[in-house]
Design a protein around this ligand. Structure first.
Ligand SMILES: [Zn+2]
Length: 238
């Protein structure tokens, strides 16, 4: 799907496979034949108690976002997602008709994380896209929405921020006109500058930003999350 050699492609694909159950977690309640957290559309009538976060995100013109119910209780209570939403596309709110940014594949995120990504696209990424390529950003190739797993798929250790829907992995940026900038192999100095600027802006917008050069697990994507930290000054940016 993405440009790259066999190994890199395999690594990239593996991040999109159903999550592997960390051995320390409780046994599944049903045979693991299907992905355990397949998002299900919520009933068509919105819940009367929809939060202001959900209302803002799902009712904004152009956004294709809907509340979802996770199919079953998560394997671990620590994997619960606060106000899960399925994000198919986000539309910028400022600057007129700049189209929408489609997420491929659609990802399940917490409402708070989806909102933060929306703000970041609006404030930083769409202007950066125009500034670098004179083209609108039309899509993100993403992965790593909600998955109940440990960091870097290790068998032990802390749960990943993906477990709570508070993290997103971005593999590539798509632009009007057909240009694609992949995180793993930007083709030239301009895409490289764009990606550097993207990461710099992410460091201000999110609590954690990782990518190529951070470690082997992030060689082909940018990881962003809103993991709460002791203070805003303890953001993790590599
Ligand atoms: Zn990640």
């Amino acid at each position: 799907m993405l440009a790259g050699g066999g190994l890199a492609e395999a690594a990239s694909l593996s991040t999109r496979l159903p999550p592997q159950r960390p051995p320390g977690l409780a046994p599944p309640v049903a045979p693991p034949a299907a992905p355990s957290e397949t998002p299900q559309p919520a009933p068509s009538t919105p819940a009367p108690s929809a939060s202001s976060c959900l209302r803002l995100l799902t009712e904004a013109g152009g956004n294709r976002v809907r509340p979802v119910r996770l199919e079953r209780a998560p394997a671990s209570p620590d994997c619960a997602v606060d106000e899960p939403v399925l994000v198919e596309a986000l539309a910028p709110r400022h600057g007129g008709a700049r189209g929408v940014v489609a997420f491929t594949p659609p990802v399940t995120l917490s409402c708070a994380m989806a909102t933060q990504v929306w703000n970041w696209l609006d404030d930083a990424i769409l202007p950066l896209a125009r500034g670098h390529f004179e083209a609108d950003l039309t899509g993100l190739q993403v992965g790593g929405g909600h998955e109940c797993r440990r960091r870097n798929r290790a068998g032990a250790g802390p749960l990943s921020e993906h477990a709570t829907g508070r993290a997103l992995d971005i593999f590539a940026f798509d632009f009007a006109g057909g240009r694609r900038v992949t995180v793993e192999k930007p083709d030239g100095p301009l895409p490289e500058r764009f990606l550097r600027a993207v990461r710099q802006s992410a460091c201000g917008a999110f609590m954690t930003t990782l990518g190529p050069g951070s470690d082997a697990a992030h060689a082909d994507h940018i990881h962003i999350d809103i993991q709460p930290r002791r203070s805003a000054a303890s953001r993790f940016c590599q």
